[in-house]
Design a protein around this ligand. Sequence first.
Ligand SMILES: [Ca+2]
Ligand SMILES: [Ca+2]
Ligand SMILES: [Ca+2]
Length: 264
Amino acid sequence: MYPLSILFSALLFLYFPPAHALVIHAVGVAAGEDFSDFNGSGFSPSPTAGQLDSDVWRVTGLSDGDGSFGGSYEAGDFARGVAYGAVSRGGIWSFDTASGSGAALGVQPTGSDFTPGAITLRVMNNTPSILTSLLVEYDLFVFNDQRRSSFFNLSYSGDDLLYADVATALVVSPETADNRPSWVRSSRSFTLTGLSILGADPFYLRWSGSDNSTPGRRDQFALDNIRVTAFSAAPVSVPGPSSWFLIAIGLVMLGYQQRVSVLR
Ligand SMILES: [Ca+2]
Ligand SMILES: [Ca+2]
Ligand SMILES: [Ca+2]
């Protein structure tokens, strides 16, 4: 059945150009985001300099509301601006994790912001291939300047409804605040397997966070250098016995219907 699926995907791809997303243009070639232009001025479907594309990025769980794909969120919690890291206002920041050269997509959780919350990245398969695995790489930065511990996790979904956790991606910030806080980077790399992403289909990566302990104010987190590389292992095959059986049933049903309509 694979050749038919590939043909169908290719037709979809030709007739429905993919929506805005982090676009995977070719198998084996990384698509990415390094936030180098992001200055914390919010999200828009037609982003101006310094904003992120809301067709690609969605933030939920802020006291100013939940973002949605394609919406405009250019003030308040969604647009906190640029800072080094030691902030207290809750929301989305451009954190300079490398003292002058490291804009990253950051969050300051508070009691009403990002507790819990999620940052979702929409990825689009713009290849004619069925993608069967994704290599997801990113840097996660933690600024442990407060005495509460928070967690940051990764999950993924094909329909933006049911998400599967990447259990090994869980990061928990230390409870005891650092004496001289600075950004601590961990480079993460995960291969998601068993996928079946057709051409022109979206796929979702979601970073979620919330409290891990109480009490106290909350540490800051930031995402950077995101890379998504897709692979396709779709074998070329002929229909198997069960498929032939279904096709035969279909032909019999078709014949029966035609016979019934002739008799009428
Ligand atoms: Ca960056
Ligand atoms: Ca808020
Ligand atoms: Ca802490």
